[in-house]
Design a protein around this ligand. Structure first.
Ligand code: NI
Length: 395
């Protein structure tokens, strides 16, 4: 049996365990940076395999699997462990028991797959040279992002981690398949907060007021020129205002309007320049009408860049492991992801695990209350992670 066949067999044999692990995690979700029970559960699982979870953050942690010649090279596998403040609407054996909290982004799956990969790699320690650091990262869903804290606390040091893989579920890809993309993949994501302060009064006497509603409407429209007129056509950018609160009435002009939105792009220099234009547009339009404006652009995660060589290699190794028909190319995806912090530090590859099964009605998108996966994806995810790690170390 070659390496791929051995890993296939090991992953198929642990499918029942993987399913039980995922269901436990799914029914016991915890919010970002509050993953205390999840961390205990992971630590206990690892202890059964002979590993002590090392902790450099309050929740989460990592272990090192040593192959032959362990100091030769070090690479990492990352799974995130936190859940979202969403009330789950699925009704099954593993529905969230922590009402109002839900693994709606599949981080239960990512954690399970890293645990599964550890089981496999631990049995194949003679097959690779070097060390594989397996990271259970807290707080992906909440700023400043668990990845940035773990990096600050040294997760990529002692010994130095050379490259890193991360895996994320994708409801647009069928179960059994995976997706890769070299280069720019996910966007930086910043939050925009705008307060337009006018002068409220009776809706019948607009000339005696400064109407922040009309001013806000102009601001929303003008902000669209950031994408259509200021951004280079080759640079994907998104600006959306998703919240507009003007608490007047049919006959009341309010004193102020509050708006919130998001700005996303794929270039640090343009990102900073765009922040300046956002502020200028808001302030200038407000000033033009004698109103005041407070603008805050809160920086979120940076953009995620997949290292070209590592991602191209990983795609080829995935083809070896799963067959050409099961490996897809991904389009740019303008969501944010804190794995981006790893990708800014060392060569990184963030790829997608298919979980969709239309026949079984499993099609809900991430961050929705009906999100679920086809659990056949678990053995694929665990096996592929293990395979990529060994192929990289032996390359
Ligand atoms: Ni996620």
């Amino acid at each position: 049996m070659n390496l791929a066949e051995r890993i296939h067999e090991l992953s198929v044999n642990q499918q029942t365990d993987l399913q039980a692990t995922r269901r436990h995690l799914h029914s016991h979700p915890e919010l970002s940076f509050k993953e205390f029970e999840t961390t205990k559960y992971i630590a206990n699982k690892l202890k059964e395999t002979g590993f002590d979870l090392q902790q450099i953050t309050e929740t989460g942690g990592f272990i090192d699997i040593h192959g032959k010649n362990p100091s030769k090279r070090v690479i990492a596998l990352r799974g995130d462990i936190d859940a979202l403040p969403i009330f789950e609407k699925n009704e099954n054996d593993y529905t969230s028991q922590n009402k109002g909290v839900m693994h709606a982004c599949g981080h239960d799956v990512h954690t399970t797959c890293v645990l599964g990969a550890i089981q496999i790699l631990n049995q194949l320690k003679d097959e690779f040279e070097g060390t594989i650091r397996c990271i259970f990262q807290p707080g992906e869903e909440k700023l400043p992002g668990g990845a940035s804290i773990m990096i600050k606390n040294g997760v990529l040091k002692n010994p130095n981690v050379e490259k890193i893989f991360g895996q994320h579920v994708m409801p647009l890809i069928d179960v059994g398949k995976v997706g890769f993309r070299s280069g720019l993949y996910m966007a930086s994501a910043d939050e925009i907060y705008i307060k337009v302060i006018g002068k409220g009064g009776h809706g019948a006497h607009p000339h005696m007021n400064i109407d922040p509603v009309v001013i806000s409407a102009q601001i929303i429209t003008e902000l669209q020129t950031i994408v259509s007129r200021h951004a280079k056509p080759s640079m994907p950018s998104v600006l959306s205002i998703g919240k507009v609160i003007a608490e007047g009435a049919t006959n009341v002009i309010p004193n102020e309007v509050n708006m919130e939105g998001t700005f996303r792009t794929f270039d640090e220099e343009w990102r900073m320049r765009a922040h300046g234009i956002i502020k200028k547009i808001c302030n200038d339009i407000a000033e033009m009408h004698g109103a005041k404006c407070e603008v805050e652009v809160r920086k979120g995660y940076p953009f995620l860049k997949n290292n070209t060589e590592l991602s191209d290699n990983a795609k080829n190794w995935a083809i070896e492991y799963l067959g050409e028909e099961n490996v897809e190319d991904l389009e740019i995806w303008p969501a944010g992801e804190d794995f981006a912090y790893f990708s800014q530090e060392i060569p990184a590859c963030f790829y997608r695990l298919g979980i969709r099964n239309e026949q079984r009605g499993i099609t809900s998108m991430l961050h929705t209350p009906t999100f679920d996966i086809d659990e056949e994806a678990l053995k694929v995810g665990a096996g592929l992670m293990a395979y990529l790690a060994i192929r990289e170390l032996n390359s």
